[in-house]
Design a protein around this ligand. Structure first.
Ligand code: NAD
Length: 486
């Protein structure tokens, strides 16, 4: 199989600093590759520390003006961005597929989801209010007013280049904060297109600045050390998140950390099996498994484990693999060669330890991109690395359990706690599991939980803070309290 989709010429990406698009001071460039064909699509400016600090200069200079802009006006810029994003959805979906590989239909889903953060926070911007109350002693009044925290650094990963950025930009700008956005080096195209769209929607210069870099550690460290920065919001791996929390301690920055997961998907014997297989396929295969909320471990009641495994393997095995722009593709490439090697190692290790491969042997894969044959493994030993690490790819290990207690113990046997999924027809059981599972989010009889109006986030080593909903806005606000003598 070869991949031969036609790709238009894509303009090089520059840095957006204070309303101007410009090259990096040192002139460095990063190549942007299509993981589905390994073709170089274009280049992006490679920011050095001095460019990042210039972006922070711009965000600081714009901070007072944006904070003082009436909430309705801030909301209207967000609302116009939503409208423009929906109008140009197809263009954005194509860019997403080109820079990160996933099937076009799924990229359309990311555009719809990503755009929602602008609509939701356009509506929230005008409802940021404090309270007025009486001090119990009767000698004073209490007045609270939420204030923007100040210039923010927003760091996004490559796996949802649009939605992970809009989930931060929406609430930050609604709250009256200015920002420096740092997309992943692999995926600068969508961020550029989004920033252009926001300029068109009337966003004043300097409110949103965008820098791409191949040296994130150095560049981010310089920003975190600068006292003008007041907050960092990060989505990415737990390892890097911990490093950033340590660095943010220097100036005691506000931090929001959306980190890695190891989601259990628990199927009880009383579950609707058709539904469970359909939703498990979605929860596993969305984004070719490269999602922080991907079902990483399938925990299935022993009496139905064999049937569930066979049906899941059949459903995943039928999904066409190909370049994301090829019509009909349901499984795209991984982001790079290293991801495939890592995943191959996890599968081989599990099989050597005694797991049975229900799916995954030879498949005809496209030649040029970073493709990986999806795998389903049964009877995976409890200590296999694949159950304890985030696979971040299309591999589904299945473990059988006997009792509800055992299912919960297995589900919780991880330092992570982001998403979880439970399939059962018994509502009392569902409520018990919601209480007992150690995760920030639980899907009951559904494999898709993301919603702009809901608080997305993790517990344990999956992160700090929430994105989406009113909770996501609070992350960008600090409270001022005034005591009024009467
Ligand atoms: P990553 O941690 O390698 O990179 C994320 C971002 O951090 C990128 O912009 C990268 O350039 C930057 N970065 C990398 N090293 C850095 C450093 N030392 N200092 C500062 N910045 C640095 O993660 P990734 O591979 O891009 O994304 C995959 C990870 O993200 C997975 O673990 C996944 O679970 C997680 N993720 C979490 C959520 C969530 O909401 N919880 C959502 C999507 C992805």
């Amino acid at each position: 199989m070869t991949t031969d989709v036609q790709v238009e010429t894509i303009e090089p990406v520059e840095l957006l600093i204070g309303g101007e698009w410009r090259a990096a001071a040192g002139g460095g460039r990063i190549e942007v590759e299509d993981p589905g064909s390994r073709r170089v699509l274009t280049t992006a400016a490679d920011a050095a520390v001095e460019d990042a600090l210039a972006a922070l200069d711009a965000a600081s200079a714009a901070a007072a003006g944006w904070a003082a802009t009436p909430a309705r006006e801030r909301g209207e810029v967000l609302r116009r961005t939503f409208d423009l994003l929906v109008d140009r959805g197809e263009e954005f979906a194509r860019l997403l597929t080109l820079e990160m590989g996933r099937p076009l239909a799924e990229s359309r889903g990311e555009v719809a989801y990503g755009a929602e953060f602008f609509r939701w926070y356009a509506e929230e911007a005008v409802r940021i209010n404090g309270r007025y109350g009486a001090a119990p002693a009767g000698n004073a009044r209490i007045l609270t007013s939420p204030r923007p925290v100040g210039p923010c650094l927003l760091i996004a990963p490559w796996n949802f280049p649009l939605a992970m950025a809009t989930r931060k930009i929406g609430p930050a700008l609604a709250a009256g904060c200015t920002a420096v956005l740092k997309p992943a080096r692999e995926t600068p195209l969508t961020s550029r297109a989004l920033a252009e769209l926001m300029e068109e929607a009337g966003l004043p210069a300097g409110v949103l600045n965008v820098i791409t870099t191949s040296r994130p550690r150095e560049v981010v460290a310089a920003l975190l050390a600068d006292p003008r920065l007041r907050k960092v919001s990060f989505t990415g791996s737990t390892e890097v998140g911990k490093e950033l929390v340590r660095a943010a301690a220097g100036n005691l920055l506000r931090t929001s950390m959306e980190l890695g997961g190891n989601a259990p998907l628990v199927v009880f014997e009383d579950a609707d099996l058709d539904l469970a297989v359909r939703e498990a396929t979605l929860a596993k295969m969305r984004n070719t498994g490269q999602s922080c909320v991907a079902a990483n471990r399938m925990l299935v009641a022993a009496p139905i484990a064999a049937e569930f495994g066979a049906r899941l393997a059949a459903a995943i095995g039928e999904m066409p693999i190909g370049h994301g722009l090829e019509p009909g593709t349901e499984v795209g490439p991984l982001i790079d060669a290293a991801a495939g090697e890592r995943l191959g190692g996890l599968v081989a290790e599990a099989c050597e330890a005694g797991a049975t491969m229900l799916l995954g042997a030879e498949r005809d894969l496209p030649e040029r991109g970073h493709f990986f044959a999806p795998a389903v493994l049964a009877d995976v030993p409890a200590d296999a690395r694949i159950l304890h690490e985030e696979a971040f790819g299309p591999v589904a290990p299945i473990v059988a359990f006997d009792t509800e207690e055992e299912a919960l113990a297995l589900a919780n046997a991880t330092p992570f706690g982001l998403a979880s999924y439970v399939f059962t027809a018994d509502m009392s059981r569902a409520l018990r599991v919601i209480d007992g599972i150690e995760a920030g989010m639980v899907g009951i009889n559904r494999g898709m939980i993301s919603d702009a109006s809901a608080p997305f986030g993790g517990i344990k080593q999956s992160g700090l803070g929430r994105e989406g909903g009113p909770e996501g806005l609070a992350e960008y606000l600090s409270l001022r309290y005034a005591s009024l003598a009467i």
